[in-house]
Design a protein around this ligand. Structure first.
Ligand code: ZN
Length: 307
């Protein structure tokens, strides 16, 4: 029985399905399961020529290959390590010895570009500190990936490094700050809340990085239009309605008119407070159920979750 059990375990470990490598220009040379559940694939570049960096001659003579370990996107829950057999060329003209360019990872990178993009996109949706837990990567790596994805997004929108170029004018501008590393200087991120896209990442904290005028408008290059919902304005929605001054209520309702979902959530919050303050023993249950029905019918998912 003991033997049979071992055979079954071994058999289970070798079973698997084929998943496309999906790395253009590379072929799988060999692949195997590691004991810790990691998938290890040895890959090789399909290109059999490279340009000599010294004399620009197109070289075809591969001198040798060296194994380089790279981390790739996980396959289901399995960590994937690639062993790239990197070719070194000997130039036929100037005898220079050089390594083929790394199109998959970038120069001297130990992770594939797509793995870094995957981590960076996760960091867009959840706290940076949570992102690295499951893939077991460090917070510094997560932040590098996060920044890479932000920069890629900005480039895709045609915004380069040139800070003099005017930014798009979003109707609702989100501002937040984040530290690239624990205890380090905070950077500021500007987002278009309506279209959930990144507009700008500036070095330094909000106060220094963004020049704001006294009426909560924005002066950023040519920008004077737009509303800013900073975390500072949250208090207008969190505090009890009767505690707001007339001016604060005006500001709150102005923001609410532009962000209907937020306004609706606020009204629901206030009506629950009203219910608590005024409900009588005979009507309390009925009124509360009415309120719950209204929440269920609303598009406000966080409120529904709280039920
Ligand atoms: Zn050469």
């Amino acid at each position: 029985m003991q033997n049979q059990h071992i055979i079954e375990t071994e058999h289970a470990q070798t079973e698997g399905i084929l998943v496309p490598l999906d790395l253009p220009g590379f072929s799988i040379h060999q692949q195997q399961w590691q004991e810790d559940g990691t998938i290890c694939a040895t890959i090789i570049a399909q290109a059999c020529q490279a340009c000599c960096p010294q004399c620009q001659h197109t070289c075809t003579k591969i001198h040798d290959r060296r194994a380089r370990k790279k981390r790739d996107l996980p396959c289901q829950t399995h960590q994937v390590n690639l062993i790239l057999l990197k070719g070194r060329f000997r130039c036929e003209v100037c005898s220079a010895l050089f390594t083929e360019p790394d199109t998959m990872c970038g120069w001297r990178r130990r992770t594939t570009r797509r793995f870094r993009q995957h981590i960076g996109h996760q960091a867009l949706k959840q706290p940076l500190s949570d992102v690295g837990t499951q893939p077991h990567v460090g917070s510094r790596f997560v932040q590098t990936c996060f920044q890479m994805v932000l920069e890629e997004e900005l480039r895709a929108q045609g915004c380069g490094e040139d800070e003099t170029v005017a930014l798009a004018s979003p109707r609702f501008l989100g501002i937040d700050e984040f530290a690239r590393r624990k205890g380090h200087v905070h950077d500021t991120i500007l987002c278009d809340l309506e279209h959930a896209s990144v507009l700008e990442v500036s070095e330094g904290r909000t106060q220094e990085a963004v020049c704001m005028d006294s009426k909560n408008g924005l002066k950023l290059g040519s920008k004077k239009e737009g509303m800013i919902l900073r975390h500072r304005k949250q208090r207008l929605f969190l505090r009890a309605k009767e505690e707001l001054t007339e001016e604060e209520e005006q500001e709150r309702s102005q923001i609410g008119r532009r962000l209907p979902l937020l306004e609706h959530a606020w009204q629901m919050k206030e009506s629950l407070r009203d219910w608590y303050a005024t409900a009588m023993q005979e009507t309390a249950i009925e009124q509360l159920e009415e309120w719950i029905d209204q929440v269920k019918a609303s598009a406000c998912d966080p409120l529904k979750k709280a039920l």
